[in-house]
Design a protein around this ligand. Sequence first.
Ligand SMILES: Nc1ncnc2c1ncn2[C@@H]1O[C@H](COP(=O)(O)OP(=O)(O)OP(=O)(O)O)[C@@H](O)[C@H]1O
Ligand SMILES: [Mg+2]
Length: 460
Amino acid sequence: MILEYEGYQFMGAVSGQDGLAAIQRERPDAVLLDIKMPGMDGMEVLRKLHALDESLPIIMISGHGSTATTVEAIKSGAVDYFEKPLSTERVIVTLRNVLKQSELSAENRDLKLAMESRYEIVGQSPALRGVLESVQRASPTNATVLLLGESGVGKELVARTIHRNSPRAGQRFVQVNCAAIPEELIESELFGHEKGSFTGATEKQVGKFEQADRGTIFLDEVGDMSQKTQAKVLRVLQEQEVERLGSARTIKVDVRVIAATNKNLEEAIERGEFRDDLYFRLNVIPIVVPPLRERRDDIPRLVQHFAKRTAEEHNLKPKRFESAALDALSRYRWRGNIRELRNTVERLMIMTPTDSVRAEDLPADIRNSESSPVRMPMPAAAATAPENAAANAVPKSDGQQPAGAGTLREFKDAAERAYLVQKLRENNWNISKTAEIIDTPRSNLYKKLEQYGIKQEVDG
Ligand SMILES: Nc1ncnc2c1ncn2[C@@H]1O[C@H](COP(=O)(O)OP(=O)(O)OP(=O)(O)O)[C@@H](O)[C@H]1O
Ligand SMILES: [Mg+2]
C-alpha cells in the first residue's frame, strides 16, 4: 500500500520459488525480499537472483536484531536491508535511493557500451578476418607489430585493439604521429629533455617512450621520420632505454612498439630514405590492413554501424539505407577508405531530410560509380614507368608507337595516361586544380586515375 500510494507498481509473491519465477517473468526495477519464508528461504533466493542478474537491486527484510544475517545478506549482494517492523519513511527513502543508483549504473553501462562500439572493428569479409586473426595472435605477446595500409583503412583502430587485448591493457597507450611533429621537436617529444637543455626548454619534459613505460607506444606514420630520428629510435628498440636531451643518464623503459605507415618502406629503403636495420626491427609481425575496395562485402555492415553511431552522437532519428543506396555505396572506390565512408554516412544522416536514404540522395560520383571497375589493358611501359610513358606516348611524327601500344585503343589510352601524369605533375598532384585546368569534372579525373592506375609520385 505504501509503494502504490507513492506511485510504484507493486507485485507480491508468496514464496521464494514464486518470487524467482515472477522476477524472471516481470523484470522488476527492484526487489524487496523477506528472509524467513516457507520452502526456499530469502538468502537462497538472494544468491540465485544475484547470480542471474548482478545489477538487479535487492533489499532484504530481516527480523528484528538478526545482525549476522543482514551482514551475510549484504555480502551476498543485497544493496540494503530493512528491519521489522518497517518504517514507512525508511522504505520510501531507501527505495528511491536504490532506484536512482541503479539508473545511474545502467547509464554508465550504456556509456561503456557506446565507448566499446567506438573501438569495434566491424566486418566479416575474408580480408578483414585475416587481419583479426593476426591481431588475436599478436595481442597477447610483446612482439613489435608493423601495420601497413593505405590512409583511412583502420590502422590506428587495429593498434588500439591490439593494446586493449594485450596484458598491457591496464597501462598507457601512447600515440606519436611522427609526420605531424616538426623535425626539430621530435626527439624531445620521443625521448624528453631536461630543463634548459636547449633554447626554449624552460621545463623538463618526459618523452613519449618514458610515458609509455610498461604500456604500448604507437609510432604512427613511422615512414616520415628523419634519418637522425630513425637512428635514435632504433637505439631505443635495441637497448630498451632512453636518454633525455641534455642528460647523460639512461632510463630503462619497457615498451611494446606498434608502428604504422601508409608508405612502402621497402621502396623507401631502396631510395635510401629509411634505414633497413630499423625496418627489420619493426617488421617482426607485419599486418597489412587491406583497402576497403578489397572488402566490399563489409560496406553495408559498416554503413549500418556508422549510421547508428551518428544517430546516437547527434541525437538523430535512425535512418534506413535503401538497398539501391547500399549497392551504390558498395560499388564506389573509397580512396579515403573507411574514414571517407564514415564521413559520407555521417553527412547523409545529417543532411537527408527523409527517414530513409535512397540512391538519389547520394552524391553524384557515388551514385554513378561503375559496377565493377574495368581495368584497361595497360601498355607495359606506361604501367610501370610513367616518366618513360610520358615521353613515349606523345604521338610522334615519324609514326613510331608508344611502347606496347598495339591497337588504336591502347595507343589512345597510353597517350591519355601520359598527358594526365604530365598535367598532374605540373600542378603538384592537386586533383581539383588539375581537373580545372584540363577542363574536366573532378570525378572524371578520379575515374581516369583509377582506370590507369595512376598514383601520386612520392617526392624525392
Ligand atoms: N573495421 C572497422 N570498423 C569500424 N570502424 C572502422 C573500421 N576500420 C576503420 N574504422 C574507423 O575509420 C576511421 C579511420 O580509421 P583509422 O584512423 O584507424 O585509419 P588509419 O589507417 O590510421 O588512417 P591514416 O593512415 O589516415 O592515419 C576511424 O574512425 C576508425 O574508427
Ligand atoms: Mg592513423
